[in-house]
Ligand binder design. Structure first.
Ligand code: HGY
Ligand code: MN
Ligand code: MN
Length: 402
């Protein structure tokens, strides 16, 4: 087996930022990373192509050529100033497992397809999971019209990357199941003293963008009582988001990005744009929280005489993992001598796209301090190697759903 950790370090060099990992979908660093991934896949005995949705696909044939495939995947796009392991570990661990089968000349009763999705984080465009949703046959064509902060259309960026917006429907994969290895991105496994865990479900998520429009003005001349300060209004709204997120167990709400215009020290902000991200394992709780946040923002806007615009973005219900796949992952964890432990995922994953379409499951890997979406994200070489061994065991013992 190659040195997986060394590969993850090398992979992290494909970034838009020196000294930090930022690899947004369909960016030049994403393309360079995709090309390197294809090289590693070919060396592992896979036939490789880029699908119309921009996903890198590596196929390792089974004992009978053309046999149905078991999908292994995760994402190779990252957030800004990311850690090295979110997404990338799952793709490169899958390549490691196939490389080992190839090294042994071992063929399974099914093919294996490794998928390197390019738009899981949804940081560049106001959508997410587009690659995995295309693979699941659930791509929403409206996503093609999404624009990034520079006004670039999703469809144009995808075409320039090497995808084909007109043929995205061809990205749908009929398969036996979908499995994903991913870091936990939380502190539970570390607290339990466990290297691996079996995911039971992935929390639902809603994202939307709020624009507050007041009146820009001279910071030195406009009396306080005459102002329509968009940033002061947005600040009240941000605190309302935080208060709602803290209002119920299992609910979280976050303002991750806020931009103020014109952004000058001596100008009363005339416009503010900020994002809201709401998650819960219970879909009704999440939806009621989203409604309450929208009402709170409208109340602040009315009281302060500013205009409010809310643009919906990503919205996904909680995704339960398939009991049959969960049981097989857990059995492999047990065979590896690790105490089986089941846990939900607070983070979203490409696996969500397959729920209800294919049997789906996830294997979590412990990460230090539960830190993620942060350069301090860290795993051990031992845990990574154990995850590959367990993944190989899952593959060698996999029983497709009847
Ligand atoms: O936002 C998420 O949960 C994932 O990391 N994209
Ligand atoms: Mn991820
Ligand atoms: Mn992430």
């Amino acid at each position: 087996m190659s040195d997986l950790m060394a590969r993850l370090d090398a992979f992290a060099a494909f970034s838009a930022d020196d000294g930090a990992l930022t690899r947004l979908c369909f960016s030049p660093p994403h393309r360079a990373a995709a090309d390197r991934l294809m090289e590693w896949m070919r060396a592992a005995g896979m036939a490789v192509h880029l699908d119309p949705a921009g996903t890198v696909v590596g196929r390792y044939e089974g004992a009978r050529p053309g046999a149905p495939a078991l999908l292994l995947g995760s994402h190779i796009d990252t957030v800004r100033n990311a850690g090295k392991y979110d997404g990338n570990l799952g793709v490169l661990a899958a390549v490691e497992a196939v490389a080992e089968l190839n090294r042994l000349g071992e063929r399974l009763p099914f093919a294996i397809e490794v998928l390197g999705f390019g738009d899981e984080e949804g940081v560049r465009f106001p959508v997410t999971l587009t690659g995995s949703r295309a693979a699941a046959g659930r791509f929403d064509p409206a996503a093609l019209e999404g624009r990034d902060r520079d006004g670039v259309r999703f469809a144009d960026a995808l075409a320039a990357f090497g995808g084909d917006p007109a043929r995205i429907a061809e990205a749908k994969r009929d398969a036996l199941a979908y499995l994903e290895v991913h870091i936990e991105q939380g502190p539970v496994l570390e607290a339990e003293g466990l290297p691996l865990g079996t995911v039971t479900a992935i929390n639902g998520a809603t994202r939307f963008t709020v624009t507050v429009t007041g009146m820009a003005g001279h910071a030195g001349t406009v009396p306080m009582e005459l102002r329509r300060d968009a940033l002061a209004a947005a600040a009240e709204m941000v605190l309302a988001v935080e208060a709602r997120g803290a209002s119920a167990p299992g609910l979280v709400a976050t303002v991750g990005r806020l931009e103020t215009f014109p952004g000058a020290v001596n100008v009363i902000p005339g416009r503010v744009v900020f994002t809201v991200d709401v998650r819960a394992s219970d879909d009704a709780l999440r939806r009621s929280a989203v409604q309450a946040i929208r009402e709170a923002c409208a109340a602040v806007a009315g009281r302060r005489g500013v205009a409010l615009d809310v643009q919906p973005g990503h919205d996904a219900d909680a995704a339960p993992c398939s009991p049959g796949v969960v049981a097989q992952i857990e059995a492999a964890v047990r065979r590896a001598g690790v105490r089986p432990f089941r846990l939900p995922s607070g983070a979203g994953h490409d696996a969500m796209a397959f729920t209800g379409v294919l049997p789906m499951g996830m294997l979590f890997v412990r990460c230090k301090g539960g830190i993620s979406h942060n350069p301090a994200e860290s795993i051990t070489a031992e845990d990574a190697a154990l995850a590959v061994r367990v993944l190989l065991d899952i593959l060698r013992n996999f029983e497709p759903a009847p």
